[in-house]
Design a protein around this ligand. Structure first.
Ligand code: NDP
Length: 452
């Protein structure tokens, strides 16, 4: 534990104002303890000290003009964390909460996640404190162009390939890609999540949500159960949540919750069929609030100002499977205790770090099948990797082909977690397995490449 504990302490001292980054470091590093004994060469080469420090962090000013002609100034970030196994790869987040701590925790997680996918991708993350909510299309376009005006010099198809994340969907990727193409004068796979007409991959929009459900299905399979007739709580109502709902319905489960940052809706009859189309139109086209769902579909109930996990706690709602798909730290220790008390036996993290360290402990202590984000939501970046391959070979694969590859990758991520957990004496512990499996490949690559 010595070498690991020193690293955790060093991060806290060096970057005292980065709580989310500390949390991610602690969660990962403590599970890597068994690797220290087996790999003294990692300690000697200071791999543990090196892997927690980003290769580089770029912070930049993003000035743009709103519809009233007023100058606005936001802050842009790109944290290129580690490119030991491939070009940097990771999403861009546009949300007012974005700061350096959140960018670094996401970039750090991405290193391990990308390694787990089996594809050659390093880890990065970026974004801005810009809030697309309530902005006109023209304002979003002007912001995206201003953001790319600086970002373009740090990225490239073999250097760093950003994608979407919270607040960055097809519209934003389109505006950023268009501007990159204009100033660099190259039509290359520099961003993923592109539209089908200009180099995107089929299944990329669906991939994170589908992948999380495929991962959950694999976990359930170890206990010989499936989604049929299970009650499923999903949070968020954005990209990941929407396609998680679609896949759960396909596998016979009943999704009863969704939320956004204003409200949670509970529909005990199940969010399915035409109701899913309504959510997609509401969130993706009209960019409205989830509370409208409860006005339209009467048996549904709306809880303003509450998260899905607050509502489950306060209303005592029974849940078999939880798939958080909103944001970090949405499930705390008390939420986790309630979920367990109400019958939840499986948690697959669609969002990044949705469970606090206390919540994870509750799940693990109660034998809940717990799939950490870096494994369960790896389907998104894996399919981005498939988009990069299609761009490189200048071919497009069919929907079936991409979906099959996604399914195989999620199976392989699941198996890698279990194998690594078993090999390091933590049988059935997906968190330890994901961290160790992701770490070993990166650590060995770093060792081979010398002190750089
Ligand atoms: P979207 O922006 O499409 O959707 C996010 C959803 O979560 C929205 O409904 C949003 O509500 C809600 N939300 C965000 N913050 C909060 C909050 N503080 N409290 C309550 N609700 C909130 O993002 P994605 O679906 O793409 O991302 C969701 C999560 O999945 C993130 O953690 C992301 O990092 C992770 N992820 C995404 C991947 C992808 O491919 N997109 C890949 C891997 C992980 P509102 O509409 O009010 O903003």
């Amino acid at each position: 534990m010595g070498a690991i504990q020193d690293v955790i302490e060093k991060v806290k001292q060096r970057d005292p104002n980065e709580p989310e980054f500390h949390q991610a470091i602690k969660e990962v590093m403590e599970t890597l303890v068994p690797t220290v004994k087996k790999h003294p060469e990692f300690v000697k080469a200071k791999i543990y000290d090196r892997i927690i420090e980003p290769d580089r962090t770029v912070i930049f000013r993003v000035p743009w003009v709103n519809d009233r002609g007023e100058v606005q100034v936001n802050r842009g970030f790109r944290v290129q964390f580690n490119n030991a196994i491939g070009p940097y790869k990771g999403g861009l987040r546009f949300h007012p909460s974005v700061n350096l701590s959140i960018m670094k925790f996401l970039g750090f997680e991405q290193v391990f996640k990308n390694s787990l996918t089996t594809l050659p991708m390093g880890g990065a993350k970026g974004g801005s404190d810009f809030d697309p909510k309530g902005k006109s299309d023209d304002e979003v376009m002007r912001f995206c162009q201003a953001f790319m005006r600086e970002l373009y010099r740090h990225i490239g198809p073999d250097t760093d390939v950003p994608a979407g994340d919270i607040g960055v969907g097809g519209r934003e990727i389109g505006y950023m890609y268009g501007y990159y193409k204009k100033i660099v004068n190259e039509h290359t796979g520099v961003l993923t999540g592109k539209g089908l007409e200009y180099g995107g991959s089929l299944i990329r929009p669906e991939a994170t949500g589908y992948g999380a459900v495929y991962f959950a299905a694999e976990m359930l399979g170890t206990r010989e159960i499936d989604f049929k007739n299970k009650i499923v709580a999903i949070s968020g109502s954005g990209n990941v949540a929407q396609y998680a709902v679609e896949k759960v319905n396909e596998l016979g489960g009943r999704v009863i919750t969704l939320c956004d940052s204003n409200a949670t809706i509970v529909d005990e009859e199940g969010i399915c069929g035409e109701k899913c189309d309504f959510v997609m139109e509401l969130k993706n086209i009209r960019r409205g609030r989830i509370s409208e769902y409860a006005s339209k579909y009467k048996p549904a109930v709306c809880f303003i100002g509450k998260s899905v996990w607050d509502v489950i706690k306060e209303q005592g709602i029974k849940v078999d499977i939880a798939i958080p798909c909103a944001t970090q730290n949405e499930i705390d220790g008390q939420h986790a205790e309630t979920l367990v008390k109400n019958g939840c036996f499986c948690v697959a993290e669609g969002s990044n770090m949705p469970s606090t360290l206390e919540a994870i402990k509750v799940f693990q202590d109660n034998n809940v099948l717990f799939g950490p984000g870096k494994a369960a939501n790896a389907g998104g970046v894996a399919t981005s990797g498939l988009e990069m391959t299609q761009n490189s070979i200048k071919l497009s694969w069919t929907r079936e082909e991409v979906d099959n590859r996604l399914r195989m990758i999620m199976k392989s991520v699941h198996a890698s977690c279990l194998d690594a957990a078993e090999a390091y004496g933590r049988s059935g512990d997906y968190l330890t397995g994901a961290n160790i499996a992701g770490f070993l490949k990166v650590a060995k690559a770093m060792l081979s490449c010398g002190i750089v």
